[in-house]
Design a protein around this ligand. Sequence first.
Ligand SMILES: Nc1ccn([C@@H]2O[C@H](COP(=O)(O)O)[C@@H](O)[C@H]2O)c(=O)n1
Length: 261
Amino acid sequence: MDTLKFLGTGDAMGTPRVYCGCPVCEEARLSGTNARLRSSVLVESSDDFFVIDCGPDWRRQMESLGIRVMRRLLVTHPHFDHIGGLPEWADACRWVGIKGELYAPAEVIPVILRQYPWLGSHIELKPLDEGIELDGWQIAAWRVNHGKNGYSYAFRLEKEGYAWVYCPDSISLGDEETRLMREADLLVLGTSFYHEEAELSTRSVYDMTEAAELLADVKPRRAVYTHMSHDVDLRKAYDLPDNVELGYAGKTVPLGHRIEE
Ligand SMILES: Nc1ccn([C@@H]2O[C@H](COP(=O)(O)O)[C@@H](O)[C@H]2O)c(=O)n1
């Protein structure tokens, strides 16, 4: 069965935050339960894999799994914490002599190339707006509200009757934006805080209290939260819906129905 592996579950700054001495950041420095690299996942099938998002921790993430060659990548949006590793990936493609395949929404591709104009020599950038298939996964992408930081995209991946959604950066989604999340077998959702006090217009990602309302509406069978800031302490028992788990690097989730289901 295919699997989903979390490579990182942190927000844009990762945990610990460089400037911060809060208990969560200090614990992350000392024992590491709360150490979080920038959010990214790896989808593995029997003979290949692809990764979603390539933040500035990409190199460490590849090293931690002993991966020497990454061929394929999907990008949700062109913010630093999701594309900061692209130059290193392009260099790696050059040195192993492959052309990487990067799939992203058409509007995202020129933004990536504006940031890193040399990428095209070693990576082919392909639009995925019409839907693509990778390793038997039918992948649909749609634009989601990312609050004060503009827009991101979510992906729905379906194979053999199993559907899951990856949506790391979104907030205050409307009905049309949640349509493809409905009744998924798994929803991976970004929740930066448990409860974020800041005024809504200054925010960019759901918190866990708002996410509970979203889940009650779209009813995934299982949900895993990612993109968590130093506000979230994995040692705590939070009040969460029964079907929710907090992600961590290395967490692996089977992508398919178990026999007994
Ligand atoms: N146009 C932009 C705006 C922001 N960024 C970076 O993205 C991250 C946003 O953080 P979230 O909490 O909203 O995920 C942060 O690292 C900004 O520096 C960007 O790259 N381009």
